[in-house]
Design a protein around this ligand. Structure first.
Ligand SMILES: Nc1ncnc2c1ncn2[C@@H]1O[C@H](COP(=O)(O)OP(=O)(O)OP(=O)(O)O)[C@@H](O)[C@H]1O
Ligand SMILES: [Mg+2]
Length: 396
């Protein structure tokens, strides 16, 4: 008996006469073949025509020959995959593979051999090349309840946090190494909130009168920037906060503690839009190995601030280097070099500070035509002892 196996005509045609209008079938009268799970029968594989009659052109198809004929199977599978058929469909109108494990394994290995060969290293290199060309956005978008939207380009990743702190009514102290962008964040925070920005850099020589203003001999009050912010609102930034004299820090503390403050000419009510931002290289616990001569800040003053730690924002650093106009390959070289030294300095507890000023400065000097060695000398080495330089730059 002939049992029709395939629903569709064969694809590659009869190997002898080329007729394609044929179907696979099992001839149960002829034994010796594999059991077909799909048809639940056994018998010799034969070709039949549309009327169910045996195909007679002298082609004696043996199942073994067909099943191990990799060429013909691969043509069928390829077509099916390209057409988007599922793998199980492809076996339906391919050369009849029985459900045996061997056939399925052969089929799988054929699919694998047809899949495009992937060189992992090459793909990784391609992805890296593409990512290197991506300029990571360093914008901060501030959307106020009033609907006003401000986009601050080239901003530090912490700008959003600090703006949020200020909007919540907090005074903020930013602590981080030199050149990480603290002063710029303070200015951008004021811009994003939309209130005026004032700044003063504290040193041990800064006097209370520079903060509060003073009375002239003729009895006229000379206003200070701090008075402007305190009375009319604005962000007042105390740069180098941990470098200020304790008596000045005490004045600042008093201004934050109360709703009003005694200025030389009169008592002044604090404006609700007055915010204080301080930036420092230490947490107010006094000098450390990198920042000598820093003052301790008393606990009562520190208590008035939300403290935010500011580290190097590498995306911002990259963006600032790109703005120098130096060739991208050279920028990559500078960044790799500077970041390795920065990591070494940190891990080896050295007192050198390698900030984004070093990388941006190197890029500027190289763009201006300076040699690599000369740029390194000017921006990083700076007369460092040979011992320190070796410690900083050696690969352990
Ligand atoms: N968002 C930014 N856009 C453009 N330039 C920036 C930005 N942030 C920092 N810079 C530049 O990087 C340098 C260091 O920034 P900044 O002075 O704000 O850092 P800092 O943390 O206050 O440094 P220091 O601790 O020495 O006071 C400056 O030259 C500044 O112009
Ligand atoms: Mg600063």
């Amino acid at each position: 008996m002939l049992i029709k196996h395939s629903k569709r005509t064969i694809r590659s045609g009869c190997k002898k006469c080329g007729d394609k209008s044929l179907y696979w079938a099992h001839d149960t009268a002829q034994s010796g073949d594999d059991h077909c799970d799909k048809c639940q029968t056994s018998g010799k594989w034969v070709l039949i025509d549309a009327a169910g009659e045996p195909h007679k052109c002298g082609n004696d198809v043996t199942p073994v020959a067909e099943k191990t004929d990799a060429g013909s199977v691969s043509v069928e599978v390829k077509a099916s995959v390209r057409e988007g058929d599922s793998v199980s469909n492809s076996t339906d109108h391919a050369a009849p593979l029985t459900g045996s494990g061997d056939a399925f394994a052969a089929f799988q290995s054929l699919v694998a051999s047809l899949a495009p060969k992937v060189d992992r290293d090459e793909v990784s290199a391609m992805i890296k090349r593409e990512l290197d060309n991506v300029i990571v956005p360093t914008r901060t978008v501030v959307e106020r309840v009033t609907g006003v939207r401000r986009v601050i380009a080239n901003s530090h990743e912490k700008l959003a946090d600090i703006t949020t702190d200020l909007l919540a009514g907090e005074h903020v102290m930013m602590v981080g190494p030199a050149g990480t962008g603290k002063s710029t964040i303070a200015e951008q925070a004021a811009e994003s909130i939309g209130i005026p920005y004032y700044s003063i850099s504290l040193s041990p020589m800064t006097s209370a009168s520079q903060i509060l203003g003073y009375m002239q001999a003729e009895g006229e009050y000379v206003r200070s920037l701090f008075r402007e912010a305190f009375e009319h609102g604005g962000v007042f930034h105390f740069d180098e906060f941990d470098n200020g004299h304790p008596s000045v820090l005490a004045v600042i503390n008093a201004s934050l503690a109360n709703g009003q403050m005694a200025f030389p000419d009169q008592m002044v009510k604090r404006n609700p839009d007055f915010r204080c931002v301080a930036s420092a290289n230490t947490y107010g616990r006094g000098a450390d190995r990198a920042y000598v001569g820093r003052q301790q800040i008393d606990a009562a003053t520190l208590d008035r601030f939300s403290v935010e730690t500011i580290s190097v924002d590498e995306a911002l650093e990259t963006s600032l280097c790109l703005a120098t106009g130096l060739d991208k390959v050279m920028i990559d070289k500078v960044l790799k070099f500077v970041r390795t030294l920065r990591k070494n300095a940190e891990e080896r507890a050295m007192s050198v500070v390698i900030s984004p000023r070093a990388s941006v400065g190197m890029c500027r000097l190289l763009a201006a035509g300076k040699s690599w060695d000369s740029a390194v000398e000017s921006r990083i080495h700076r007369g460092m002892s040979e011992k320190d330089w070796n410690k900083l730059s050696s690969n352990r």
